[in-house]
Design a protein around this ligand. Sequence first.
Ligand code: GRF
Length: 212
Amino acid sequence: MKHIVVLVSGNGSNLQAILDACQQGRINGRVEAVFSNQAQAFGLERARAAGIPAHALTAAQPADRAAFDLALMLAIDAYQPDVVVLAGYMRILSPAFVAHYYGRLLNIHPSLLPKYPGLHTHRRALENGDREHGATVHFVSEELDGGPVILQAKVPIFVDDDEHEISARVQQQEYAIYPLVISWFVSGRLTLRDNAAWLDEEKLPPQGHAAE
Ligand code: GRF
């Protein structure tokens, strides 16, 4: 059974989708541990409810990113992860952390990357009058929200939508695509090579696997 470690900062609804997918056998792996940089993160509660070790690693000196990430890496590596999954982990990672897990570090971002890296993606899409929006699962590289795209899901934006409605619509898609990508990875179908994502030995295009 492949070892999955998940990092969260908040609600952990994506974590829940991953836990459910493992439970239902849609992911051939097990979440060995959940870490959070926020002691109050509800994601930690979800892990405990599923009987999974849940650790809060809060930064005494948040500015010392290198030291914090080193401590986090040591704690994560105790679980011998095959893949480290960022699921709403709201902390910028140090280059050493990214390098250490390069090729087995996944993130989900609430936009159709390369559009809207960073924060407030739903608001920005709305303010720009976009008619579609979505979520992206990608390998993590040193560039913020910039690593090779694996899979995107699109949602429409309707005229009367507010930020909350768009966010909810995007999240429903996240719960489908993140477990799917993790299942590809743990079954060995998905790899990172030459700074590109490969699925079943085929190099994926810049927008990832064609979902449509
Ligand atoms: C998700 O929308 C994800 O795209 C972003 O943070 C949010 C996390 O939500 N990275 P949750 O904690 O999984 O509910």
